[in-house]
Design a protein around this ligand. Structure first.
Ligand code: CA
Length: 280
């Protein structure tokens, strides 16, 4: 009986050894793989939530910057919102001065005047935004390939963005002009026109090579965010001239677009649930 038990134990030990070795091999392989992204932060503490449930353009947040475009419908609060009652809507018609501000066709809101809406060197933050492309006219062969920017992380002082999300042809791309990096994050948005797409950008703001941008997307029908791209070991704070802080902008910015270029005359986009979290 004792011998049989010993044999059994030996068999059991051998059986256990195989998966142990396999597990060790997997661990070694994982260690040798390039890191796919930063370690998942332990906590995300919300510090700003712009949900428009006040029914007003400032979302009930004194100091929130609203559009500088003068057309009466350049910005509006609309119903319904993203899983809620209200959302924000921006409209830009090309070659119409009512939809111009700061010398370009744009209508945007921003957090630059909010103490909890700005970021600085050393901050690690998460930005979330829900975007709905309203009756968006899809790209067709021969159309201009200029992008429509719908969400930005900006340096102060009118400098190029640190990052932005834009529609381009029939895709959504994440771009960092300062890093000269760009990745498609939604390959084809056409199935989701007039539906909410959720975007998340995690950023560590550094002047040295210890920063990161991680972009995640949650499309209609998906149960949660899926990480799409991560730029690690990069300097994310690269303003072209000194900048005291950074901030978020959302709306519609159509640089380089015009009717002469053959661009779609009017675009309308909705935003909701713009949220900033502190990651630690
Ligand atoms: Ca809302």
């Amino acid at each position: 009986m004792l011998k049989l038990r010993k044999v059994s134990m030996s068999v059991c030990a051998a059986a256990l050894l195989v998966p142990a070795l396999a597990s060790q091999a997997q661990a070694t392989a994982a260690a040798n793989r390039p890191q796919s992204g930063p370690a998942r932060p332990l906590t995300a503490t919300e510090i700003l939530n712009v949900d428009y449930e006040s029914g007003t353009l400032d979302s009930g947040i004194p100091g929130l910057t609203t559009t500088h475009a003068t057309a009466p419908d350049a910005e509006a609060v609309v119903q319904p919102g993203h899983q809620s009652s209200y959302a924000d809507q921006h409209k830009v018609t090309l070659d119409d001065p009512g939809y111009f501000s700061d010398g370009a066709p744009r209508s945007e809101s921003a957090t630059d005047q909010l103490s909890n809406g700005v970021f600085h060197i050393g901050d690690t933050q998460r930005y979330e935004v829900s975007v709905l492309l309203q009756d968006w006219q899809p790209y067709q062969s021969g159309d201009s390939t200029s992008g429509d920017i719908v969400f930005q992380g900006k340096y102060s002082g009118g400098q190029p963005p640190a990052f932005y999300l834009m529609t381009k042809r029939n895709a959504v791309a994440f771009r960092s002009p300062q890093m000269n990096q760009q990745t498609t994050v939604v390959a084809d948005f056409r199935p989701y026109i007039n539906q909410w797409m959720n975007f998340r950008v995690d950023a560590r703001w550094t002047t040295d090579q210890t920063g990161y941008f991680t972009v995640s997307v949650e499309l209609p029908g998906q149960a949660g965010y899926q990480q799409v791209v991560s730029y690690t070991n990069v300097a994310t704070w690269q303003p072209s001239s000194p900048a005291n802080f950074g901030y978020l902008k959302w709306g519609l910015y159509r640089p380089s677009e015009s009717l002469a270029n053959g661009d779609v005359a009017t675009r309308i986009v909705q935003h909701d649930d713009i949220r900033i979290f502190r990651l630690s």
